[in-house]
Design a protein around this ligand. Structure first.
Ligand SMILES: O=C(O)CCC(=O)C(=O)O
Ligand SMILES: [Fe+2]
Length: 201
């Protein structure tokens, strides 16, 4: 049984100008163990290059994009063509959709092999996501610290441990006013999978 996002355990983690909610035990341990195992094995993981300061560098993680449409989804100077939903990704999408009420069209999958893999500061604010996108972020595997900070001031940094089976919803003005990252850590040497469900308009 999934926890309702309208339950009493949800409170806005952002102090102002956006809304983000964490549902720690959204998936059961049994579900989470199964999804971690299957997704590591079955998704079409690739290490993609991105452009940074005029140079091409490899991303410090593996990624895969799945979704409805045959339309490419570009970010950070790369364009990815979505693959067709797998059974497990559809199952997870439907559980998340049931509770958030958003018809997600795509899921960007990230595979952090260990604490050396990471994602730098960014906002998910591409025009194709619309003005105030709701992004649902699901984690299986190692707990990693997810950081958010106010984009304009770089102040008000908050740290959110994203545990096995957790769901983080970033919504409202979050992607306009707040940026986020997943820093490297020496404390983790096991894998983590993160799925960010998005609705392209
Ligand atoms: O791995 C995470 O928790 C963050 C992923 C993320 O920010 C993204 O895919 O845009
Ligand atoms: Fe992001």
């Amino acid at each position: 049984m999934q926890q309702s996002i309208f339950g009493t355990n949800s409170q806005n983690l952002l102090p102002f100008e956006g809304e983000s909610y964490l549902y720690s035990g959204f998936f059961t341990k049994t579900q989470s163990d199964r999804f971690l195992k299957v997704l590591v094995k079955e998704l079409a993981w690739q290490q993609e290059p991105i452009w940074m300061f005029g140079k091409q560098v490899m991303q410090p993680r593996l990624t895969a994009l799945y979704g409805d449409a045959d339309k490419p989804y570009g970010y950070s100077g790369i364009s990815m063509k979505p693959l067709d939903w797998t059974d497990e990704l559809l199952e997870i999408r439907d559980l998340v959709r049931q509770h958030i009420g958003v018809e997600f069209t795509h899921v960007l999958c990230n595979y952090y092999r260990d604490g050396n893999d990471s994602m730098g500061w960014h906002r998910d604010n591409e025009a194709v996501l619309g003005k105030n996108p709701s992004i649902a972020s699901v984690t299986f595997g190692a707990t990693r610290i997810f950081q958010m900070r106010h984009h304009a001031t770089k102040n008000h940094k908050i740290e959110i441990p994203l545990t096995h089976g957790s769901l983080l919803l970033m919504t409202g003005q979050s992607q306009h006013f707040w940026e986020h990252q997943l820093p490297k850590t020496k404390k983790v040497n096991s894998p983590r999978i993160n799925l960010t469900f998005r609705k392209l308009i």
